[in-house]
Design a protein around this ligand. Structure first.
Ligand SMILES: *[C@@H]1O[C@H](CO)[C@@H](O)[C@H](O)[C@H]1NC(C)=O
Ligand SMILES: *[C@@H]1O[C@H](CO)[C@@H](O)[C@H](O)[C@H]1NC(C)=O
Ligand SMILES: [Zn+2]
Length: 415
């Protein structure tokens, strides 16, 4: 009896813990001038009261969330230093309450829609259904998480050992538009009648992982919407930033050894099962990957390696040229503007230990990009329903054009 009581307490405990509410939390869009960024970087690195939604680089804006208790402090500091800012969301909980979370019904492919967000288990159920529906879709397991979940995805392959396009999403838990975009691209590859998309789907082996940080993604759905890292417990704190944990210039810049920060790099390179197992998986197919796309949000940027320096690598100029053209194609449908560049150039903030740097350095993949999707600080991670599908559509346009441009530059022609 006692056992049952204890067991049910343990089982009930997580739901007894109420979901964290962001009532009256405020999102600021700060527009620092030259010389004012240091102030924000100081705050970023030394004051964990504020949640920076973007890196405080010299980019044209910095997004910061404040709790109601700390608003006055932040605003006073900004006023005192003459830093221009606007409030883009006055009550973050209100935006969270409006988020379009739809249900996926196993066995019903039509119940996956592309103007909404889905949970990890729903995305997995959908992928299972795709594998059942299409003979050329196979489930893949690309690793496992700290809490022991599989990092799951699918492969779309119309023939054996074609060159690979790898799509990776959801490494940062709260960036929900990332798995949504990856799912939309997948859907297009499987259902579109557009000849260019059909050719792209046939010409390559597509390896697609919508959620590479399942523990964090689940946590962001169930407990704390603004969760970014994985869920490793570290003393009093939780989570390693999985985009700072890769074994490429680990802890060199833009990351921290303080586990209370959002950019905690972990106790060592590849200390986390997510990055360790995913990188091991990638190594097994690395020589066949022609194009690697990592999906994050937000800021409307297309980033290329590396995060340690602006020095161009061997085919950097090609990569940037191809990227810029693809972003031109992205802008056609809705006018959405992206900036393309090296991590340091584009956001003017050094950040190392990230996925794309490792992919470039260790797997020598010819073309490696990271999308920082919509928007530019209006809604940030809480991109509303009416932007989810458009973000997917314009991104798909850009991926198709990227393949086209890459070929013009002599890449991706190997099959
Ligand atoms: C949020 O702010 C409003 C207006 O100042 C206030 O009436 C309300 O009680 C606050 N809500 C919470 C949960 O703090
Ligand atoms: C940046 O990192 C890359 C990959 O490790 C390396 O090849 C390059 O030399 C580094 N650049 C600088 C300036 O440290
Ligand atoms: Zn991210």
């Amino acid at each position: 009896m006692l056992k049952i009581v204890l067991l049910s307490f343990v089982l009930l405990a997580p739901s007894v813990l109420a979901k964290f509410r962001f009532d009256n939390y405020t999102l600021y869009k700060i527009l620092p001038k030259n010389g004012q960024i240091k102030l924000l970087q100081n705050l970023y690195e030394h004051d964990s009261r504020f949640d920076f939604w973007t890196n405080p680089g010299r980019a044209d804006f910095v997004s910061v969330m404040s709790s109601p208790e700390n608003k006055a402090h932040l605003e006073n500091l900004l006023h005192k230093n003459n830093v221009q800012f606007e409030i883009t969301m006055g009550n973050i909980q209100e935006a969270i309450d409006k988020e379009p979370i739809k249900r996926y019904t196993r066995g019903n492919l039509r119940s996956m829609q592309f103007d909404a967000y889905y949970t990890n288990s729903e995305i997995n159920a959908w992928m299972d259904d795709l594998a059942r529906e299409y003979s050329f879709v196979t489930p893949i397991i690309a690793g496992r998480s700290f809490e022991g979940r599989q990092i799951r995805g699918i492969k779309i392959s119309h023939g054996s050992r074609r060159k690979i396009i790898f799509l990776e999403g959801g490494l940062h838990a709260r960036e929900w538009i990332s798995p949504a975009t990856v799912c939309y691209i997948t859907h297009q590859l499987l259902t579109s009648r557009d000849p260019e998309i059909m050719a792209a789907a046939r010409d390559f082996d597509w390896y697609i992982i919508p959620v590479t940080n399942p523990d964090g993604y689940i946590w962001s759905h169930d407990e704390f919407r603004m969760w970014r890292k994985n869920r490793r417990p570290v003393g009093q704190h939780f989570g390693v930033d999985l985009n700072r944990n890769w074994n490429s210039n680990w802890l060199v810049a833009g990351s921290s050894i303080d586990p209370s920060t959002e950019i905690y790099a972990g106790p060592g390179p590849f200390s986390e099962p997510e990055t360790r197992t995913l990188s091991a998986y990638l190594r097994t197919i690395g020589d066949r990957i022609d194009l690697y796309l990592s999906f994050h949000s937000f800021g409307q940027l297309l980033l290329v390696p590396f995060g340690n320096s602006t020095a161009p690598y061997a085919n950097y100029h090609d990569a940037v040229n191809i990227g810029r053209r693809a972003m031109g194609a992205l802008s056609v449908r809705f006018g959405t503007q992206y900036v393309t560049g090296n991590i340091v150039e584009a956001i003017n903030y050094y950040g190392t230990g990230g996925t794309i740097d490792w992919i470039k350095e260790h797997l020598k993949v010819p073309l490696v990009y990271c999308y920082e999707s919509r928007d530019r600080g209006q809604y940030g991670f809480l991109l509303p329903s009416d932007q989810i599908l458009p973000n997917g559509q314009e991104t798909m346009d850009s991926v198709v054009d990227m393949i086209h441009q890459a070929r013009r530059f002599g890449y991706m022609t190997g099959n």
